[in-house]
Design a protein around this ligand. Structure first.
Ligand code: GCU
Ligand code: CA
Length: 441
């Protein structure tokens, strides 16, 4: 599967080319360099080299640093990304100043521009630095990294920087999820619980393998701005009478590569929402999930009367999700703008004449692009309103409708502030059905 969001090949940034900064001199007296020279940093702790790189998405990037150290003493340095030291390095001797070697490193980066500084930690200074190769993504399937609203206003990193713990009982899961501080929680096995787990800030919750997850409990992300929570690779079941995931007055959440499923009962209220986003929640990306066999799929904005809290917020990106037999609210949005729904695959949203995929209501603004709808009763509602709710705005482009009712459009919506690439809709069904859900990371 082609990756639309990853950079396919590394980009080379020469140490002698602005906006790179060399705290020393740009030299060309030792052969074998690329470009027009290399950075010979001052032999002092102040003699740094800094490159500015551009990342198409946030995530973990691979760096290749080409260097020469003609001495026999390794030169240690600190790797500083966007002003924060992330790793200690050591540049061993290469045998000669004209013998160049490449050191490969992994670093976290934000989407957009990032500074990467090599800062020597002894008075010997740095080795000579030729260039930095930078790559993020790389095309292994499925694409990694966050796209969309969760990258904005500081981004979403979950438990990055904290400890990693593995839990295999529901009690341990609850304890870890509710503990304060950054943490990556690996969920091992299908853990069944009850009540609500109040996830605290700066957490990544990630299932182990294809068959781990949570049932019987509401995962609640509430009253944290930012929450900075990532939920990934989990099997999540609908909860009788309650939401499965509830994001309420919380920002910066990434829901990625989960399989969320229920059963179709005669009563649409047997389960409540699968993924509900309410009370001015903001900066959320929902990507590469399978959501199936559920009625009240994803509500964004819970009430027609909640404009004062919700207007200007509820910014959510849904991309590359597979909605199968989700009979309403995929999503149903009030007030939020711009909610971006792209490259999703909707199938069999056709339980009865009221079934629909997407609704924009109460002056919400939705951009619906490059989605494949197949056997969907009504792809989108907007100008007509829905239920008691007034119309919202909706711009549709490049969608495909197969045996499906129309995607109703209405008016214009605000432009999106982030970079993304929408796949051609002809590839969406196959990329989403092969890449979405738990077990695909
Ligand atoms: C020599 C060499 C430089 C190098 C320096 C150093 O002067 O010519 O290219 O930068 O040693 O020790 O850092
Ligand atoms: Ca030097």
């Amino acid at each position: 599967m082609a990756s639309s969001t990853a950079q396919a090949a590394p980009t080379r940034y020469e140490a002698e080319t602005s906006p790179a900064v060399c705290s020393g001199t740009i030299d060309s007296n030792w052969s074998g360099y690329s470009g027009s020279g290399f950075c010979n940093g001052a032999n002092a702790t102040s003699g740094y080299a800094q490159l500015t790189v551009n990342a198409s998405v946030s995530g973990t990037a691979t760096l290749g640093v080409r260097f020469a150290n003609g001495t026999t003493t390794a030169r240690p340095a600190s790797l500083v990304v966007n002003g924060s030291a992330v790793q200690a390095l050591s540049f061993e001797g290469t045998g000669a100043w004209s013998s160049w070697a490449t050191k490969t490193l992994s670093v976290p980066v934000n989407a957009g521009s990032n500074t990467i500084r090599l800062s020597p930690t002894t008075a010997n200074g740095l080795p000579n630095i030729d260039y930095l190769d930078f790559e993020i993504g790389g095309g292994s399937q499925p694409p990694g990294g966050i796209v969309g609203w969760a990258t904005q206003a500081g981004g979403t990193t979950g438990g990055a920087g904290g400890a990693t713990v593995t839990v295999s009982s529901f009690a341990d899961f609850r304890t870890q999820a509710q503990a304060s501080g950054a943490r990556t929680i690996l969920v091992n096995g299908m853990l069944s619980g009850s009540g609500t787990v109040e996830i605290s800030a700066n957490k990544t919750i990630r299932g182990v393998g294809a068959n781990s997850g949570i049932s019987g409990t509401t995962l609640n992300i509430e009253d944290m701005r930012p929450a900075n929570v990532i939920i990934q690779n989990m099997n999540i079941r609908g909860v009788r009478g309650n939401d499965a995931i509830q994001i309420e007055s919380a920002t910066h959440v990434w829901i990625d590569h989960n399989t969320m499923s229920s059963t179709i009962e005669n009563d649409p209220d047997f389960y409540d929402g699968m993924l509900d986003i309410t009370h001015g929640a903001d900066y959320i990306t929902v990507s590469w999930n399978v959501i199936r066999d559920h009625w009240k799929t994803s509500l964004v904005g819970h009430s027609d009367g909640n404009a004062s809290e919700d207007r200007g917020h509820l910014r959510v990106t849904y991309h590359h999700n597979w909605f199968n037999r989700t009979f309403e609210r995929g999503p149903r949005v009030r007030f939020g703008e711009t909610v971006h729904v792209f490259n999703n695959y909707y199938s069999n949203v056709n339980h009865n004449s009221a079934s629909y995929a997407i609704a924009s209501l109460m002056d919400a603004g939705l951009l619906v692009e490059g989605n494949a709808f197949e056997n969907v009763q009504q792809a989108c509602w907007s100008a007509s309103g829905y239920g008691e709710s007034d119309p919202g705005r909706l711009v549709a482009r490049n969608n495909s409708l197969t045996n499906s009712g129309p995607c109703e459009t209405n008016g214009t919506v605000a432009p999106l502030p982030y970079n993304y690439t929408a796949d051609n809709v002809s590839t969406v069904k196959s990329s989403v059905t092969s890449g979405a859900g738990a077990g695909k990371l």
